[in-house]
Each structure stands twice: as C-alpha cells, then as structure tokens.
Design a protein around this ligand. Structure first.
Ligand SMILES: [Zn+2]
Length: 283
C-alpha cells in the first residue's frame, strides 16, 4: 500500500514538473527594450547633394536619430547624433549647405530614463560622419564597435578627408575599439546584429534588431537618408563609393525581403514622426 502511494506521488510530481516546464517562458526570449532619441535637426539647403540631379536647389529638413538597446547582457548605444554642445541655436556647416541644431541634449534624454552614459557597455556607430559621432565621448566606459575599414579611416591620418571629426571621438582608441570584419551578432542570440553595408563611408554598417514583441527592425545608418532615395536607389554625391553603396542597397533589400524587417530610416523626419521616442520604448 505504501509503495503504491509513493509511486502515485512520484507520478503526480512528474506531471507537475512537466507542466511547470511547459508553462515557463522559453529562455530564448530575452527582455529587450529599444529607445529612440531625437538627436538633432538638419536643415539641408540643397537636397540634391543626396539625390544628384534631382530637386536641385530645393531645401529639405532631416532629423537625426540615436538609439539605446537594453539587452539582459548589456546596453548598446547606436549612433551618437549631433553634439549636445550645438544647442537649440545651432550653426551652419559646409559653407551654409547644412544648418544643424540639437534642441535637447542626448545626455538629458538618457538621464530622463534613468541611464547614465558611463553605464553603457557598447557604442555602435553606423559610420563616423560628425552627425553620428557628436556625443561619442559621453560613453567613456563603452567599447566601440565598427568595421575594420571604418576603424582605419577614422583613426588614420586622413580622417578629416572622409568628413570625420576626430575630436568628437577622441575618447576612443585601439584599446577600447573592436574592429569587425563583417556582420556581428553582439549577444550571440541573433537579437542584436550589426550588418556590414559599406559604401556611404569605407566601413558603413547598419543594425538589425529582432524584437520579441515588435518583430524585426533594421536601423538604416545612412544607407538612405529619406524614403524617396530608397524608392529610386539614389546615391548621395559625397558617398565614399557609389558602386559599393549600390551593392549594399541590393544586399540589404534582399535581407529585408528575407526577414520581413521594418526599415527605420534614421534621418527621415516624416517617418520618425510615426515612431515612438523616449521615454516610450519598443519591446
Ligand atoms: Zn548622417
């Protein structure tokens, strides 16, 4: 009688353990949050620098975006925007071709959600143009993630000839940089993946996010600056390589078709009006 009772209890226990194993969420779904920050305004006096021969002399307003990805294994900032020091009054660049301003400091936007920049483990920059490196030096404890070619351009003697501003990323050097040779799955779970997409600059890259609730999102870097350039596959006149850019556009459009990712064009003001910005977040 006693042994039957023990067997019965063991059977019940086994059933309960099986049920609880089924009820617990799969460990492969991490808690990831994506915050979007407004990292500046860019008034372009002649938009045809982005679309050679098209809309010559026409002005266009672009936005500038930065992102924070909070993953259980660490925090990643993607692009560092225009420098906080520009302030809301801003200033002209490139003989007045651009007028750029930074209405709300990135530092204040981070602090508003309880994040201190020195707590950030990773800084990923799509490329090193100064509208993406402006606040890089805030992230003094971060490891910089960039393609090998961008590393050589950004830390070489000719950096300014690529349109880079070495003062804006002077906190970084070989000791806290991680040059990449292609795509890089940051946390090893396929959720946060840097995608090599060269051409805009020597080592331009993008960021793929497989969000547990929102689904796949691809952050454009400057593969495109606005939607019509995507529709027509137009290459800005100042890109490092038109041929590489067109190859990257094709490669990444194929990737978008395969994954079903939403493409968020970081500079597209109209598209960003429909994207929730911090303190709201995506999961
Ligand atoms: Zn840009």
């Amino acid at each position: 009688m006693e042994s039957v009772n023990v067997l019965f209890r063991l059977a019940v226990l086994g059933t309960l353990l099986t049920l609880s194993a089924c009820a617990s969420p799969p460990s492969s779904v991490p808690d990831i949050k994506l915050y979007v920050f407004h990292c500046g305004n860019i008034e372009v006096r002649d938009v045809s620098v982005f679309s050679p021969g098209v809309n010559q002399g026409q002005p266009k307003t672009l936005t500038d975006s930065c992102y924070l990805i909070r993953h259980p294994k660490g925090d990643l900032i993607w692009d560092a925007g225009l420098a906080d020091q520009l302030g809301p009054q801003g200033q002209e660049f490139y003989d007045g071709l651009f007028y750029m301003s930074m209405p709300t400091p990135l530092l204040a936007q981070l602090q508003a959600i309880g994040v201190q920049p020195e707590d950030i483990e990773w800084l990923g920059l799509s490329h090193f143009h100064s509208d993406h490196t402006g606040n890089a030096n805030l992230f003094t404890q971060a490891t910089l993630l960039l393609q090998q070619e961008e590393y050589e351009a950004a830390f070489g003697a000719q950096a300014r000839e690529y349109g880079f501003d070495p003062d804006s990323y002077s906190q970084f050097n070989a000791d806290n940089s991680q040059p990449l040779q292609g795509d890089h799955d940051l946390f090893g779970d396929g959720r946060v993946v840097i995608k090599r997409a060269i051409g805009h600059t020597p080592g331009h890259q993008m960021l793929y996010l497989d969000m547990p609730k929102s689904g796949p999102i691809l952050l454009s870097g400057d593969l495109y600056h606005f939607t019509s350039n995507r529709e027509h596959q137009r290459v800005p006149s100042f890109n490092f390589s038109k041929e590489q850019t067109l190859d990257s556009m094709k490669h990444m459009e194929d990737f978008i078709d395969r994954t079903g990712a939403q493409l968020w064009i970081q500079h597209d003001k109209e598209q960003n009006a429909d994207i929730r910005h911090a303190p709201a977040f995506y999961q």
